[in-house]
Design a binder for this molecule. Structure first.
Ligand SMILES: NC(=O)c1ccc[n+]([C@@H]2O[C@H](COP(=O)([O-])OP(=O)(O)OC[C@H]3O[C@@H](n4cnc5c(N)ncnc54)[C@H](O)[C@@H]3O)[C@@H](O)[C@H]2O)c1
Length: 297
């Protein structure tokens, strides 16, 4: 299948492109940044906010599926209005172009930050958090992702032949980050494990980049199993913590204390059951197996 991956040079995109190509797809990676791809993967350097460049790209590649990852990927990395504008305009333009090009599926990256944790007043209705739980973004990045999800639902109402969906990957851990490279927050995964206050910022969620990429691949390969407009959480089944997170959560996010005991068995704060039920997605790579510090495991 011809698959166009936007943001293919990024932390998650590199794994998505690699996994799709390894499954036999004809992949084109598009990004403003170059990446040294091996033979067999087509790449294009293009600013997807540029209307003419975008039109030329879709005409030339005629994608049967689009995985949209491009955007500003970290809260507060850029001025708020820029984060909001870039992420929402990119999603509208890329997903609309996918529908117009006749793609059978188009899936966009959202984020667990849509839930709105990390404010003193945030109080979950229940735990673990599934996709039916209300969202309440409080910063421009989270709001931009809530708009991405609404864009998916909006386009799904009229797109007859294209299945639209969104995925909320947890804190993505790339192969080099398992080996000790610093993550997007400027510290290592080992440091996140050693200081629960660091991992608490994302409610201890994480997902291996390859595992997340496999969910994008399943969505692309089985659009008939995806109800159009669906949002999927994509997190590892366990928390990024040496043990269960119920006590950490109650201490570091006191408003969760009522529901934190539900996590005493070691489960993650987020549920990815929907992706498992619809597509059989089972994240296989946990920090206990993959972190390159065997003496601590
Ligand atoms: N990394 C995470 O932990 C995480 C978690 C949840 C959601 N996400 C989402 O997943 C997606 C990918 O995240 P990532 O960590 O790989 O981010 P990243 O910053 O590594 O990659 C994003 C890529 O998009 C490209 N890009 C940005 N604007 C573009 C434009 N106008 N035209 C073409 N390319 C453009 C960038 O050059 C970059 O390579 C993002 O949408 C992000 O919000 C990431």
């Amino acid at each position: 299948m011809r698959v166009l991956v936007t943001g293919g040079s990024g932390r998650l995109g590199r794994s998505v492109v690699t996994v799709l190509a390894s499954r036999g797809h004809d992949v084109t990676s598009v990004d403003t940044a170059e990446h040294p791809w091996p033979e067999g993967i087509t790449s294009a350097v293009c600013d997807l906010l540029d209307r003419d460049a975008r039109a030329e790209l879709f005409d030339r590649t005629a994608p049967e599926a689009v995985v949209h990852l491009a955007g500003i990927a970290v809260p507060f990395a850029r001025p708020d209005a820029e984060t909001l504008r870039v992420n929402t305009v990119l999603a509208w333009e890329v997903l609309s172009a996918a529908v117009a090009a006749g793609a059978r599926s188009a899936v966009a990256a959202s984020s667990p930050t849509v839930y709105g944790y990390n404010t003193p007043s945030w109080r979950p209705h229940y735990l673990p958090l599934d996709e039916d739980h209300p969202v309440a973004p409080w910063h421009a990045y989270g709001l931009s992702k809530a708009v991405v999800e609404e864009t998916v639902r909006t386009l799904a109402r009229t797109a007859d032949t294209c299945v639209l969906s969104a995925v909320r990957p947890g804190y993505v851990v790339s192969p080099e980050e398992w080996r000790g490279a610093t993550t997007q927050q400027g510290h290592t995964i080992r440091e996140r494990l050693d200081d629960p206050a660091l991992a608490a910022g994302s409610l201890f969620n994480y997902v291996d980049a390859h595992d997340a990429a496999e969910l994008f691949a399943l969505i692309v390969e089985h659009p008939e199993q995806v109800p159009s407009g669906t949002v999927y959480n994509a997190v590892a089944p366990d928390p990024l913590s040496e043990g269960p997170v119920d006590a950490h959560l109650a201490r570091l996010h006191p408003t969760t204390a009522e529901h934190a005991p539900a996590l005493a068995d070691g489960r993650a704060v987020f549920s990815s059951e929907r992706a498992r039920n619809d597509l059989g997605w089972l994240p296989k790579r946990t920090w206990r197996d993959h972190l390159d510090q065997p003496e601590r495991i």
